[in-house]
Design a protein around this ligand. Structure first.
Ligand SMILES: *Cc1c(COP(=O)(O)O)cnc(C)c1O
Length: 748
């Protein structure tokens, strides 16, 4: 110590709903060493904590994008050399200091190598802790894979960057929006998607000096802000199961300074590590209240100076909102309409600006991995003469269609056993193209219709009424119901409808169930005793010999493929209950459609035997299992050929392509990624990788964006053709006539 008065510089003083740890660190040090000089360091006068009374002085710098970093680092060095301490409360400042002044005895930041070991999403250092990392996927992977990840976890996923912030992603379009926002705020495309873990949020805060773990506390959140930040918590002793491996880790990482491990405890008591922050948490004064002063322990480790004895006041802490006098005048608020410095007020310490300067992850504007081009589609395209086609033009991929129906037929045949037949019913509404309907019939499928128009289409393709399943809330529209008993099965969508069939349906009566805990407007609910009782009474009104068919349909593409299996289990449970309550045999179950083609191939079809054996075990009277695939068969059987009208160089890095296709030809363009192929001048088709460019439609509509974040070949030029794949199913059936001046044409 050069001076007699101890001095500590504490950066990250913002104290708002999403606070930095500076204030808690200062308060903890003040309690331990009443005469210590505390200097608040920050990079904006909007950091509210700089005005707090425990700070003796403030040192406010120009924003990070204006700071002369070389001069600044020299200043910090002189401060440290004078004997003052530096507590960094800002992750990126800690990273910068670790790289420039790391190892200085008065600087509380871990070495750069340790920071690499605790970087998200892998948090490599976690391996010896009793914690796991939630499943994640890096956003440098093709969109196709990112979408598959989101489906697997039922769109309960977070988009995260390497430093701060996590944003919930609930749909493909929200992913696109959040991705842009996060990538541009943090100047990085090192983003990743991570599965949400349901459970309680807990933390361990600790401090270590020269690799020696000095102390730690365990904190479980008792209240959180809408952003999920701690508002109240309970402090307890860290279990030895954690402190043991942690002490070894701090030693091997040569950890220096404070840190926080953030994790979720799930219902099986498993811990999932979300974050390892290289600084104290903002609630650190909560630990001091409970008698464990971690910031003081660091100073004591260096100086040997004994902190004031503190008595544990309470295990529990909460935050309050306080008005305090400001030490300097505040700038006026930006114009409410200007909407300018939103990032600035959200991150007053300017971390996004520092991220840009540290250049730790400049968005790579070079093409990333391309989606695999579907080989059978490449093959089909190379055999087509499309150069003279009027565009946009939808092409039917015959071989692809045949392959999809073949795969399904084989899977259904394999799942069959001696007592149960497994049948597919093609969902007409998904894509009523006669070629697909014929393919369905030729492959031994039934047809699933939701209106009398669809029934007519099925009949005109050669289906018998006895090969048609009738479903939905308006299945008789526009005719009165007749010949009810001649259909393969009719699934009533409400108790009212079910009652109308008593006396009309004799061999089999179908009911669509609305399962508990899922939100759907369809089917008969079973979640209250009243609704269940109504259903049972309505079913009992049918003759004893009438068998029951039960149906549920929830799109796993939106709901999650994992979740779907739980629903199937729950569905079987209700089927057993209904069979017992009615005293009638359940002879048929229908598990609906809603499968994304890849999920059907990799999850549904390979599990059909399991699905069958499970059902037979629970429902011994079962003789039929139905599936109602729609998009699983038709989505990839069409492509949209579109011609390049113009290339716009938005700036040196971004290009925009205007094509003659439009969102009216591809209404699902924002709902799932479409693979895009471009033709070069030798007539070869190449898949587009991920990149900085966009493909925009011909319409005067802001949302007419056909593909975002793609990489266009450099030699592409006006007049070239693109094929947007995966343009069947609802892209075809829901396409609409728009911008043709009333000369109706739907690009089909
Ligand atoms: C729409 C629908 C289907 C087909 O759904 P896809 O998502 O195209 O697979 C199957 N069954 C019912 C009851 C439907 O409403």
């Amino acid at each position: 110590m050069v001076t007699n008065v101890m001095e500590a510089y504490i950066s990250g003083a913002h104290s708002g709903p999403n606070p930095s740890p500076g204030l808690g660190t200062a308060r903890s040090l003040r309690r331990a060493f009443p005469s210590i000089q505390l200097i608040a360091v920050d990079y904006s006068n909007r950091s509210s904590g700089i005005h707090y009374s425990d700070f003796d002085a403030q040192w406010i710098h120009r924003p990070w994008d204006e700071l002369d970093l070389n001069a600044y680092v020299e200043q910090v060095q002189r401060i440290l050399d004078s004997g003052a301490f530096w507590f960094s409360g800002l992750d990126l400042e800690a990273l910068w200091l670790a790289r420039t002044l790391g190892g200085h005895p008065n600087l509380f930041v871990p070495p750069p190598s340790a920071l690499t070991q605790v970087a998200k999403p892998e948090i490599a250092a976690h391996s010896t802790l009793p914690m796991r990392i939630p499943p994640f996927i890096n956003c440098t992977e093709p969109d196709w894979n990112l979408h598959a990840f989101c489906r697997e976890y039922g769109w309960k996923v977070w988009l995260k960057g390497p430093y701060y912030e996590a944003r919930r992603v609930r749909s493909w379009s929200s992913f696109q929006i959040e991705y842009e926002a996060l990538a541009s705020t943090w100047s990085t495309d090192r983003l990743f998607l991570q599965a949400h873990i349901t459970g309680r949020e807990e933390s361990v805060a600790f401090c270590a000096h020269k690799g020696v773990l000095l102390n730690s506390v365990y904190m479980s959140k008792r209240d959180v802000t809408p952003e999920g930040k701690t508002w109240a918590g309970r402090i307890s002793v860290t279990p030895v199961g954690i402190t043991g491996p942690l002490a070894q880790l701090t030693e091997s990482l040569h950890w220096c300074g404070g840190a926080e491990l953030e994790f979720v405890r799930d219902q099986n008591d498993e811990l999932w590590l979300i974050d390892w922050n290289p600084r104290f948490p903002a609630w650190i004064y909560g630990a001091t209240i409970a008698g464990v002063n971690l910031p003081a322990a660091l100073i004591q480790a260096i100086t040997g100076q004994q902190p004031e004895q503190i008595v544990a006041m309470n295990q529990y802490f909460t935050r309050v909102v306080l008005e305090i006098p400001c030490k300097t005048p505040l700038p006026s608020l930006a114009e409410p309409t200007a909407n300018t410095d939103l990032v600035g007020s959200k991150h007053p310490s300017g971390m996004p600006k520092l991220a840009k300067r540290l250049d730790t992850g400049t968005p790579s504007r070079k093409p990333l991995t391309a989606d695999d081009a579907p080989p059978e589609i490449l093959h089909e395209l190379s055999n087509m003469d499309i150069s003279r086609l009027e565009t946009p033009h939808r092409v039917y991929f015959e071989t692809t269609a045949r392959a999809r129906f073949d795969t399904l037929r084989h899977a259904l045949a394999d799942a069959q056993n001696s007592s149960v037949q497994v049948l597919g019913a093609y969902s007409i509404k998904t894509d009523p193209d006669p070629r697909l309907l014929s393919a369905a019939r030729e492959n031994g499928m039934l047809a699933e219709a939701i209106s009398q128009y669809e029934v007519r289409t099925a009949i005109s393709t050669g289906f018998e009424l006895s090969e048609v399943i009738l479903n939905g809330p308006g299945k008789w529209w526009p005719s009165p119901h007749e010949e009810v008993d001649r259909y393969y099965i009719v699934f009533a969508d409400s108790v009212e409808e079910l009652r109308r069939y008593s006396g009309l349906l004799k061999h089999r009566v179908g009911v669509r169930l609305r399962l508990p805990a899922v939100s759907s407007r369809f089917g008969i609910p079973v979640d209250t005793p009243e609704s269940y009782h109504k259903l049972v009474l309505a079913l009992r009104a049918f003759p004893q010999s009438t068998a029951i068919g039960l149906h549920f349909h929830l799109a796993s593409s939106a709901f999650g493929t994992r979740q779907w299996w739980e629903l199937y289990d729950s569905f079987l449970g209700w089927a057993v209950a209904i069979e017992r309550s009615c005293g009638k045999r359940v002879s048929c179950i229908d598990i609906g459609g809603g499968w994304f083609p890849d999920d059907a191939d990799t999850m549904l079809l390979p599990s059909l035997s399991d699905i069958t054996s499970k059902a037979v075990q629970d429902l011994p009277g079962l003789d039929t299992i139905l599936l109602e695939p729609g998009k699983a068969l038709s989505q990839s059987t069409w492509g949209l050929i579109t011609r390049l009208l113009e290339i716009r160089e938005t700036d040196s890095e971004h290009r925009e392509l205007i094509v003659d296709g439009a969102i009216s030809d591809l209404p699902m363009s924002g709902l799932y990624p479409h693979r895009v192929l471009a033709r070069n001048n030798r007539g070869q088709w190449r898949p587009l990788g991920r990149g900085p460019d966009r493909i925009l439609g011909r319409l005067c509509m802001e949302n007419d964006i056909l593909a975002d974040r793609v990489s266009l070949p450099t030699d592409i030029c006006a007049g070239d053709l693109l094929v947007i794949c995966d343009a069947g199913a609802y892209d075809r059936s829901m396409s609409y006539d728009f911008g043709h001046g009333g000369n109706g044409q739907r690009g089909s």
